[in-house]
Write a protein of this length. Structure first.
Length: 408
């Protein structure tokens, strides 16, 4: 099968989308299929050499320390650059929209090269032109971004609510495009059901295919650092609940010599940095970013506990990576986290720092319970979350889309 895999940004450090593209494409070629990845910036790293990469350049307005960055007029190449620039200037995140229009333009000459096109969370209007050409089209929706918008609007002060609403203006587009997609892949039952509710999709639209983990890279290590807690999250986003974890760490350190390893790219002077300073946690919180898979696996494996304090997750790849490393997990009972973790972790109510303190304190005091959860987590990762099984299930969705005439 000839597969075109679309992703408006694909570098793993930008989140789960990049990890998904790398490992799904590898699994697909392992099964004997031809895969070409079409990606906007930042581009993917460490793709399998059998996977072809076609770069789809953008203005990359969020690629520098100051964003959106200033763009010189000499950088404009075509109308899609102007679309990206002007949409961004209105305050709306423009990458999914502009990327899919660039793809639509490219596919005028390339459509016959593929048996199926697979979109990774873009859900931009440009995909509808592929529908009109009769190209079999499948899209993965990791979770409805409407959930992010809801939490951030609730957390934003009144003076910033309009700006937050503008930023998430692309969510309406994604809902409209999703309603025109006869074949959608969801990564969990919860995320799929939430997308059906939020985007007003017909029941039965989703094929649920959980994400995977490389259990050869993410594996238990011999020694763990006493008192080390690790969290992997976009910490400045209210949805990730890191503020509650920081509050919990401030209380835990009274009775335990804890340290928090926070894997996140923080906004300088942003909410997380300010909260760390307010709580006086500079000496026990270390912020890490730009880690390779091997470095992240080593860090996860070195911790006594992984904490996932999110207010919502459609799946959570870092959680599965923690399971594979045999790291005991304390997580919020939110979104798909109970579905992903099963009985291999401790669940608490979301947004409750006190509940986090209680659960973390109990685990820090119980080596036996940590050992039990460690073994259960590793077993769950090995049994349920193989990237090769993800690829096989995804190919089944492709085949159904082609065979049943489900073209988007």
């Amino acid at each position: 099968m000839r597969i075109g895999l679309l992703s408006y940004r694909s570098k793993p450090h930008c989140g789960g989308q990049g990890v998904y593209v790398r490992y799904l494409s590898r699994g697909l070629v392992e099964l004997g299929h031809e895969v070409e990845v079409f990606s906007g910036q930042p581009y993917p790293e460490e793709l399998d050499p059998r996977v072809k990469l076609t770069k789809v350049p953008s203005l990359d307005m969020f690629g520098g320390p100051d964003f959106p960055r200033r763009v010189r007029w000499q950088e404009f190449r075509d109308r899609y650059d102007w679309l990206e620039y002007l949409t961004t200037k209105t305050g709306t995140f423009a990458e999914p929209l502009a990327f899919t229009y660039r793809i639509a333009h490219l596919m005028r000459a390339r459509a016959a090269d593929f048996d199926v096109i697979h979109d990774n969370q873009s859900l931009g209007y440009g995909l509808l032109s592929l529908k009109r050409r009769g190209i079999p089209l499948v899209a993965t929706l990791h979770h409805p971004i409407s959930r992010d918008r809801r939490v951030e609007l609730s957390a934003a002060p009144l003076r910033k609510k309009y700006g937050v609403a503008r930023w998430y203006g692309f969510v309406r587009m994604q809902a409209r495009v999703a309603r025109r997609m006869p074949m959608l892949i969801g990564v969990s039952d919860v995320a799929s059901a939430d997308a059906v509710a939020d985007f007003k999709l017909p029941p039965g639209r989703f094929r649920v295919v959980p994400l995977g983990v490389d259990v050869d890279v993410f594996r238990p290590v011999a020694d763990r650092v006493p008192g080390r807690i690790v969290a992997v999250a976009s910490a400045d986003r209210p949805l990730k609940g890191v503020a509650y974890l920081l509050d919990a760490v401030a209380k835990l350190r009274v009775d335990h010599p804890v340290e928090l390893q926070l894997v996140s790219a923080l906004e300088p002077g942003g909410a997380t940095e300010r909260r760390i300073a307010e709580l006086g946690l500079q000496d026990c919180v270390t912020v890490r970013t730009g880690l390779t898979d091997a470095e992240l696996a080593a860090l996860l494996g070195s911790a006594e506990i992984m904490c996932v304090p999110s207010l919502y997750e459609g799946f959570s790849l870092p959680t599965v990576e923690g399971l594979a490393c045999g790291t005991p997990i304390v997580a919020s009972r939110a979104g798909a986290l109970p579905e992903v973790i099963g009985d291999a972790g401790v669940l608490v109510e979301p947004g409750d720092a006190g509940a986090l303190v209680t659960a973390l304190d109990a685990l820090l005091r119980s080596p036996a319970e940590r050992a039990r959860l460690s073994a259960a987590g590793r077993a769950r990762a090995e049994e349920k979350y193989s990237w090769l099984s993800v690829a096989r299930a995804t190919v089944e969705a492709y085949s159904d889309a082609i065979r049943e005439g489900k073209v988007a």
